[in-house]
Design a protein around this ligand. Structure first.
Ligand code: ZN
Length: 268
């Protein structure tokens, strides 16, 4: 579809249309309702949100303090993206909910935040730079890669970069050490790297019990996030070693048509 596109270069409108359609596909496959809810983000002011600026919509009724805090959190998330990628290409539109009802009405459920292409949806539990930077990293990958290259990007790498950049306490190195000391099963590096498709990733998250945290909380037990945390644990040293230049090189090679493993080996 799209030819090789250097990072940061403007994309043809046709490509954008296809990418918008594609970004809604997972939701379509999950449920028609979910797709409709996600599609509401295209007109947030018709569904209970107000425009703060071109990149931020906030649920009606949110107070001034929340609005001011969110602008600061966005700055911090952008700084984290710039530090990791070298510059910022994606200009996501952020949709922030201060109620769970709002989050669900736009197709969110259970999670703290989600991303549709370059539209980010934040739940009331995700209104900070950590979750924003995580989803922004997904949007950044999406924006920097041609469609064909993006399809070759494995989920473990996409998530690992997002987790590392977000510095979310729940997926931190400290949480990794807790999992190790408590003997909580977690995917070793070789297994993690087999989680290439979204489906494989979701199955692993399920298999390692990462979706059972509500029950753990109810029992007074510590929450565990072995898969996301393993991805962050894998990518932190990679990013520290290769930096934004390494990441840009990898993405450029993908855009030039390289398979992911070859592009990764070229950097390493
Ligand atoms: Zn993610």
């Amino acid at each position: 579809m799209n030819g090789p596109t250097p990072p940061g270069a403007p994309r043809p409108a046709r490509g954008k249309v296809w990418r918008t359609v594609l970004c809604l596909l997972p939701a379509v496959l999950l449920s028609a309702c979910g797709a409709l809810s996600g599609a509401r983000l295209a007109a947030p002011d018709r569904f209970g949100m107000s425009r703060v600026d071109a990149g931020l919509y906030l649920e009606n009724g949110a107070d001034a303090a929340t609005r001011a805090r969110l602008l600061g959190e966005r700055d911090q998330a952008e700084a984290a993206i710039r530090a990791a990628y070298g510059d910022v290409v994606a200009r996501p539109v952020i949709h922030a909910c201060v109620s769970e009802a709002c989050y669900e009405s736009f197709g969110g459920k259970g999670s703290r935040a989600k991303v549709y292409g370059v539209r980010i949806l934040l739940s009331p539990r995700g209104l900070n730079w950590h979750y924003l930077a995580h989803e922004w990293s997904h949007a950044e990958m999406w924006s920097r890669l041609s469609l064909n290259a993006w399809l070759r990007l494995p989920q473990w790498f996409d998530e690992g970069v997002a987790v590392a950049i977000s510095a979310a306490p729940e997926n931190s190195e400290e949480h990794w050490q807790f999992l190790v000391s408590a003997g909580v099963p977690r995917p070793p590096s070789a297994e993690l790297r087999t989680f290439r498709s979204l489906r494989q990733w979701e199955e692993a998250v399920e298999r390692y019990g990462e979706k059972n945290n509500a029950a753990r909380r109810a029992r007074g037990e510590a929450e565990v996030r072995p898969v996301y945390t393993a991805a962050g644990h894998e990518l932190r040293p990679w990013l520290a070693k290769h930096g934004s230049r390494g990441l840009q090189t990898l993405l450029r090679r993908l855009n030039e048509g390289a398979e992911f493993d070859a592009a990764l080996n070229a950097v390493e």
